[in-house]
Design a protein around this ligand. Structure first.
Ligand code: TTP
Ligand code: MG
Length: 347
């Protein structure tokens, strides 16, 4: 018997901000770009559940979020803090199972198959994890338990925030049936539209489509969907989660040719990324710079860093050299980003 647990933190970035600044608790909080009185560029990274009541959500332009609730509290992204919290969480989770897949900053799968013999014991483990995280990190999460990764993931999202949903194998089909198709991981707005146009709204509807039709509409992924809507997923946890690169990018509130602003932002991005690499005890051998102009034309340019170079001043100088040619162009810049790759353990 396989028994998989999926955990996803509730409103991760904003919950951390509410923990750090208790006066934010119970208030609509938005983390992301700053709204600048509705003229701000960029998007919402996440919104607290209080802010979601106003229709504010991840990925939404910050100007729209501001319009929905100008009184919400808008905060910038403190990536280093969230990264550090994420690492603490993963350390906690590792004490509950040796088999763990870190699936993102705020989510992970744990294989409990070796640890428990039934769903009651698994539920008990899940409750222990929830109270451990609440005690140590002062954060809530939602957990799903099921016979595979797919069902565990859909289950963790079923009751949010602070939920715990157990789906035994014999209940999997009943559990999945009424859910809208977009609850299937990977079914984004485009696939949803295709399916809805065919009259397919729920996972039960999806089951009525023959394998060949799914393949016709979605190719190889259609075959995968055929299994997914039946709750079939044999995939193993990916335990070695290698970070291949680390970077940050930013869209300017207004397209800019202001060299001071550009270089200041570039330095900030480097500092943020180096800080997060440091928490992983990694260093990058290559630095890439990305520049997007007002017309969305995007360029990247990279340079190998000097051997053993983790000297911030040196790295900033390299970034500056990479940036200079882009500033000769007359077009204002919309976005800049930095990315370190070919990561190596430090020291
Ligand atoms: P999610 O787990 O998708 O969202 P969440 O934790 O904020 O809320 P939920 O309770 O629904 O799980 O993403 C985790 C974090 O990743 C989120 O707090 C912010 C960040 N994020 C972005 O920066 N941009 C995005 O578009 C999304 C979806 C998330
Ligand atoms: Mg989350």
């Amino acid at each position: 018997m396989r028994l998989i647990l999926h955990l996803d933190m509730d409103a991760f970035f904003t919950s951390i901000e509410q923990r750090e600044h208790p006066y934010l608790k119970g208030k609509p909080v938005v983390v992301g770009a700053l709204p600048k009185g509705g003229r701000g560029r960029g998007v919402v990274s996440t919104a607290s559940y209080e802010a979601r009541k106003f229709g504010i959500h991840s990925g939404q332009p910050i100007s729209i979020a501001y319009r929905l609730n100008p009184k919400a509290i808008f905060l910038p992204v403190n990536f280093t803090l969230y990264m550090r919290t994420s690492q603490n969480l993963m350390e906690i989770l590792k004490t509950y199972s040796e088999k763990i897949e870190v699936a993102g900053l705020d989510e992970a799968y744990l294989d409990l198959s070796q640890k428990v013999t039934n769903y009651e014991e698994a539920r008990f483990e899940a409750l222990k994890i929830k109270s451990d995280i609440l005690k140590k990190e002062k954060l809530t999460c939602s957990i799903g338990l099921g016979p595979n990764k797919l069902i565990a993931k859909i289950a963790s999202d079923f009751k949010k925030p602070n939920g715990l949903t157990v789906v035994k194998p014999e209940k999997a089909e009943v559990f999945l049936s009424p859910l809208p198709v977009e609850k299937i991981p990977g079914v984004g707005p485009k696939s949803k539209e295709v399916l809805n146009k065919l009259g397919i709204m729920t996972i039960a509807d999806l089951r009525k489509l023959p394998e060949a039709s799914l393949q016709k509409y979605f190719g190889k992924w259609g075959l995968r969907l055929y299994e997914t809507c039946r709750g079939i997923d044999e995939s193993e946890l990916i335990e070695k989660w290698e970070i291949k690169s680390a970077g940050r990018e930013i869209t300017f509130e207004r397209d800019t040719r202001d060299h001071n602003l550009i270089f200041a932002t570039l330095n900030n991005l480097i500092e943020e990324t180096l800080a997060s690499l440091k928490t992983e005890n990694l260093r990058g051998q290559t630095l890439a710079l990305k520049v997007r102009y007002r017309d969305f034309e995007t360029h990247t340019k990279q340079k190998r860093l000097k051997e053993n170079s983790d000297d911030q001043t040196e790295i900033k100088k390299t970034a500056r050299e990479l940036m200079l040619p882009f500033l000769e162009d007359k077009r204002p810049i919309r976005l800049i980003g930095v990315r370190f790759s070919k990561l190596l353990p430090n020291g």
